[in-house]
Design a protein. Sequence first.
Length: 275
Amino acid sequence: MGVALMRLDANDMTFRVKGCAVIDGVSCHVAPGELVGLIGPNGAGKSTLLKSIVGLLPHAEGTVLLDGRPIAVLSDRERARTLAYLPQERHVEWGLDGRSVVMLGRYPHRRGFGGPSRACRQAVEDALAEVGAGGLADRPFSVMSGGERARILLARALCLGAPLLLADEPITALDPYHQIQVMTLLKRAAARGMGVLVVMHDLTLASRFMDRLILMDGGCVVAEGPPHAVLTPANMTSVYRVSTVFAGDEGHRAIVPWDPLPQFAPPPDESWDGP
């Protein structure tokens, strides 16, 4: 099923906590049909950027444009139909089964208090099948493993049918088979015209699947471009502070962080003299 085409532009995004900028003047864009990876060490500001774009951090500064139109002028329903968001957190408070959790993704398309339409029901079944979670449809969400929950929540985001998807670490807790399955699925969604922005830590999968990478550190963008231009030994040293093993060529490249670099080790704590 095709999707509407829409471009996302986030400009000069800044978010401060107690006067300290967690993200500082970050700009990024996602074109229709593009799969973009947002990478960087823990605390770089990746999740904060996603939350700022979708409006979960109301005090964030900057502008978010959807095809040149400020997101702030959209109604809540219109925004929800346009921008699907898959958070890092994987909790659902209600005692729902898998199919019911996925159906929550269709809420922006429902009218009044009536039951789901035939189109909504079909979208849910299609999304469950697409992520390989048909067998989880009737299972209580509360008893699912972390990987099973991840696939159900991805199905919830996809069944919305939005032109843009922002996903925060969608392959965390998945085994290698399902990691590759999810990345292939996201690549397929982009090929249909969806713009996809994904936070991730697996650099080999980022190199293999992403059209473009945005590397963040300290709340700022430090590199951006095709994977081979961003995932360089210099960036691995200065941003990730590790030595790295690179194997293969540009089309089939494995990137293995190997050892922490001693020049970046924290100084020893000499305040403790022992018992």
